[in-house]
Unconditional design. Sequence first.
Length: 513
Amino acid sequence: MENPSEVLGSKGLIKKQEFVRIILQCLYSLGYTKSASCLELESGVSFKSKEFQLLESHVLNGNWDDCVNFLNSIRDILGESVEPALFLVFRQCVMEYLKRGEDTLALDVLRKRVSALRVDRYKVHSLANTMLTLNDMELGLVDGDGFHDLRGKLLTDLEKLLPPPISIPDGRLEHLVETTVTAWVDSCLYHSSSNPISLYEDHRCSRDQIPTTTTQILTGHKNEVWFVQFSNNGEYLASSSNDCTAIIWKVQEDGTLTLKHTLCGHQRAVSFVAWSPDDTKLLTCGNIEVLKLWDVETGICKHTFGNQGFVVSSCAWFPNSTQFVCGSFDPEKGICMWDCDGNEIRAWRGMRMPKVVDLAVTPNGEYLISIFLDKEIRILHLGTNAERVISEEHPITSISVSGDGKFFIVNLNSQEIHMWDVAGTWKKPLKYMGHKQCKYVIRSCFGGLDSTFIASGSENSEVYIWNSRSSKPIEVLSGHSLTVNCVSWNPKRPHMLASASDDHTIRIWGPSL
């Protein structure tokens, strides 16, 4: 027989008998019954513990008193599972008494034994109700094999309930391997793939999982490029510039970008753009000027909001692609919610309304997150009007929300990026450092699989990339010659990143070859 003290592994941390039992469980669960039986015979290790084998014998033979006595004898091992296990046994006993027409014995078990257990009272009442309503078909005891079938189910239920070492939790080997793989992924700074991971060697992604090399330089603008954002379907890129234009770029199949439309009509610099969730419309914010709505397919301006001197800082769409909000530096204007025809639907304004620096709407339309001049974050639940306020110690310049709407990041003039959770369970933010930001508006974004990464522009003309689990950058991308104002990660192409700079260019970044 197997010596329980034998161990495996270079560090002697694995008990051989447990290791073999877990392999046996896996083989049986996969349907490799013959292989499992051969392993039991060859190793001398049984998948089922001696305790469970004895319990199995009592159950299959209907020896309920022996079954109960045995469970009570190993109370110290069973711990909190003893009472639920006894309930399962008594329930089977009651069922069998009912089938044999021994209603008095069934009632006696219910009154004296089941009612004394410390289990959910709902289960006890449900069993009592079963005694009154259950027929033979529902009991599953329509022939002589019925007892055996239900006893087999009882053993399955007990196997799931009883703790180790009497029973092994379901899928134990799969759980151990999955835990290891998850640890690999969590420690892999460059991981950004949903593909299954090979078990043949320890996992580690190379830096080619993220964009680190300039693949294209877009030179369509004639002045500083202030903003850049990929469409939600990843097929377009919109940029805006101090040259008073916005440009819609088309992402080709091969990953190159071509100019689709140059949007002219603003009299001043265009400081902000926002894609509708369905990607058919684009909003452009003029700097101390009007807000314009464009048709993406035709490049035609569909509506102009406001007039000269209209101060809009940013805007954000609601999921229906027909309504949006915009925030203003003018306290009297506050935050307005409009439809695409220019009808004001709702507004937040008043004497106490501070200047709006930036704002965002979560993808599900549930929360409106506003950045007020100059250190305050307000998270408004639009359904309940419940509001939560976060006060930062330094001025905030921008906000970006993760693709799943659970987190958001803000850029601070203290040369830090802070990540907060929308639900409000975090007391302190996660912090990211290394980039340069003192006096300009710098914008960051989430990117990669499950928003694993964070990218940001910087005043030193470089692009910084962090793994969201680490405060220090994992990559610093050089190429621009002046301040990088904004970055955008393609939501459908995890290897594509765009950056907009004061050097009049947009750089497209891809993996190193």
